[in-house]
Design a protein around this ligand. Structure first.
Ligand SMILES: Cc1ncc(C[n+]2csc(CCOP(=O)(O)OP(=O)(O)O)c2C)c(N)n1
Length: 684
């Protein structure tokens, strides 16, 4: 193998290479990415597919000055390697290492932190317009977008606006005929047809054909006459994006570096919007990734042994548990319909779809449309279960308001990847689903802590017809041992459940006469004093009111607290809306401090619901404490690392509880609640 990549510290070094050297560089880039993803996991096939395209873009444009916007951003690894970040690659997706998505904190070559599909064209239009206003209209604008993302509503809105630009503007359509899974909808069939069209292979014939269609005197004609022979042949008249006001060029071979460079050099000079349609092979370069681009879209780590590639096994995820629970529900209830918006693998529905082809659907990347479709189905008595990541359901907030909640429709939404998501980082955290949906009348919000609770929660949703219901669960494996055994109590609207108390003691809410408000010593036993730890002790030092899988972190925290002599009760809140205020009120009225614990933003989450609800009941709230995601971005890391940084792992919860109890015992002065906002400003 050649040794070129090591000497590329930025695009200026790339431009020093001869075009003939670039295929060797492409090979090195591919191997560097594949070797690293095999070790750490990450996006593989999308990056392997754009290696030549990225090299060509940096070879032709000057993105220190020009603008390059990535759509989704999961295909940015080659770009990062060509812009001086090879040294960060060994720490891909880990704390302090290389983010898996474009990240402006990392490099001025990354203009936006992105992760959600459909945004590149609009942000590029904005920058192009802004640059023009700033008198810097010479900065070229380029948006790189995939064939599945361009169908996204946001992208379409961007195209609609971009087509009216009276200046250079380039959309590079990376058409690999794939989303994560097979792309969906009429547009994907259209691309299938375009992809097999003769294109620029038959230059002369094509040029002649094109000339026939170009009306005299049009702007296109002017461009056409200025264009080189190859470019003329690649003009695509009748391409649907022509109707948006774009000059359409291609499809061209996205792995043929000399052609890519020639074409980009030509379209760069066009002073109007151009769509360059580039055909690529997702996963290009290795048999295994080309052969199964879905499995290698974003694999966990894997091992390559000769011709064999083995994915590392990683336990039973909530996603798999969800798929199995859905299969069971769909067998029992023929009104149930399951949908995903382009995430059959990520949500587990890939396991469900083959079993129920008539009652499942992948809508493509269009969460808003999917949500409205759910509303339509619910309106006629079908029970839609929309499986979607928490972060992507944000795209459908307005639809949940207007078409779902306002109509009182029982749409069921199953939110995977709720809370911190680990390596994908800030662009994918599911941190505001409670905040978004809590204000909506009739909506039920629940969370599940383990597989048995997941089944029970989904069963509740199946029969809950009074409004929409949303369940959340994280990117994690289901706990191998359960706190409540297999037979968890059924979910009852707005009801939390007692899980356990240190020392196997009784639920304080159930203790007869526990309303006594006599102050008592709490916390660890001072030296020389005898501990009051009788089995029927009426009041614990503190009650934890935890949501979702953090019930398990809290249970773990209780182990160390118990050893230190603390008496703690644990409740699973189960619902953030309606939140079990009766449960919390009973605790507070016994002078038991309550700590709410959730893997969700502090603002508007479970703890906020408790504080607001108690306040409305005129119940004093000074005994309520909240542990939740702090108001600051946590970037790529393991999920465990992110929970620890937020103080939401077992150690953090135990620390917080000791602090609260010590403070209440007057052993330490009150600790002000300090949170750091997005701008790094400390606020009380
Ligand atoms: C709003 C939104 N929904 C879902 C996703 C998850 N997602 C990430 S990449 C991807 C497929 C994108 O396909 P395409 O644009 O064709 O790019 P490719 O991966 O094929 O290169 C999807 C669905 C997302 N990033 N954003």
């Amino acid at each position: 193998m050649t040794d070129l990549l090591r000497h590329i510290h930025g695009p200026a070094d790339l431009k020093k290479l001869a075009i003939e050297q670039l295929p060797d560089l492409a090979k090195e880039v591919r191997h560097a990415i594949c070797d690293q993803v095999a070790k750490s996991g990450g996006h593989l096939a999308p990056n392997l597919g754009v290696v030549e395209l990225t090299i060509a873009l940096h070879y032709v444009f000057d993105f220190g000055h020009d603008r390059l916007l990535f759509d989704v951003g999961h295909q940015c690894y080659p770009h990062k390697l060509l812009t001086g970040r090879l040294g960060l690659l060994p720490k891909l997706r880990t704390k302090g290492g290389m983010a898996g998505f474009p990240e402006p904190r990392e490099s001025p070559f990354d203009l936006f932190s992105v992760g959600h599909a459909g945004t590149a064209i609009s942000t590029a239009v904005g920058m192009a317009r802004g640059d023009a206003l700033n008198g810097e209209g010479d900065r070229k604008a380029v948006a790189l977008i995939g064939d599945s993302s361009i169908v996204n509503g946001v992208a379409m809105e961007g195209l609609n606006n971009a087509g009216t630009l009276n200046r250079q503007f380039l959309v590079v359509l990376n058409d690999n005929g794939m989303s994560i899974a097979k792309p969906q909808g009429a547009m994907s069939s259209y691309f299938d047809r375009v992809r097999v069209s003769p294109t620029y292979t038959d230059f002369k014939k094509k040029a002649h054909e094109v000339l026939k269609y170009i009306p005299g005197g049009s702007a296109l004609e002017g461009l056409y006459h200025r264009a080189g022979e190859m470019m003329k042949a690649a003009f695509f008249t009748g391409h649907m994006f022509e109707q948006f006001g774009f000059v359409c060029v291609g499809p061209i071979d996205g792995h043929d570096l000399p052609t890519l460079i020639d074409m980009l050099n030509e379209v760069k000079a066009f002073d109007r919007p151009v769509l360059l349609h580039v055909k690529t092979i997702k996963g290009k370069g290795f048999d295994f990734s080309e052969g199964d681009a879905t499995a290698f879209h974003s694999p966990a780590s894997f091992v390559i042994e000769g011709c064999r590639v083995e994915m590392k096994k990683s336990g039973r995820s909530f996603t798999t548990a969800f798929a199995d629970a859905m299969i069971d529900i769909m067998k029992r209830d023929e009104k149930v319909f399951a949908l995903t918006a382009a995430m059959p693998d990520g949500t587990g529905l890939n396991k469900v779809i083959p079993l129920f082809p008539e009652r499942t659907l992948d809508t493509g990347i269009c969460e808003s449309h999917a949500m409205d479709m759910c509303a339509g189905m619910a309106k006629v008595g079908i029970k839609p279960f929309f499986a979607v990541y928490s972060t992507f359901v944000q795209r459908a907030l307005d639809q949940v308001f207007q078409e779902v909640s306002l109509q009182g429709l029982p749409v069921r939404v199953c939110m995977d990847r709720a809370g911190y998501v680990g390596g994908d980082g800030a662009v994918h955290h599911g941190f505001m689903d409670i905040t978004m949906f809590r204000p909506l009348p009739g909506v039920a919000l629940l969370a599940v802590s383990d597989e048995a609770n997941l089944k029970a929660g989904l069963e509740f949703m199946r029969t809950y017809d009074a409004g929409a219901s949303f369940v959340r669960y994280p990117r994690e494996n289901v706990p191998t041992q359960t706190l409540q055994g297999e037979n968890v109590p059924a979910y009852e609207l707005g009801k939390g459940v007692f899980i356990k108390r240190t020392g196997g003691r009784t639920d304080p809410i159930r203790v007869v006469g526990a309303e006594s408000s006599t102050p008592r010593r709490s916390g660890p036993t001072p030296a020389g004093a005898s501990a009051d730890l009788s089995p029927n002790h009426p009041r614990p030092d503190l009650a934890i009111f935890a949501y979702g899988t953090l019930v398990y972190e809290a249970a773990e925290a209780m182990k160390s607290l118990e050893q230190q002599g603390y008496d703690i009760a644990l409740y699973d809140a189960r619902f953030a809306k309606p939140v079990d205020l009766d449960m919390v009120e009973k605790l507070v009225r016994q002078s038991i401090p309550v700590l709410t614990v959730e893997d969700h933003a502090l603002a508007g989450g479970l703890g906020a619901a408790v504080l607001e609800g108690l306040s409305d009941r005129r119940v004093p709230t000074d005994l309520v404490y909240r542990a939740a995601m702090p108001e600051k971005w946590l970037y790529q890391d393991s999920r465990a690392g992110q929970l620890a940084d937020a103080g939401l792992d077992a150690a953090g919860i135990a620390r917080r509880i000791r602090q609260i109890i010590d403070e209440r015992n007057g052993q330490v002065p009150p600790v002000p609640q300090i949170h750091v906002d997005a701008n790094g400003v400390k606020v009380r």
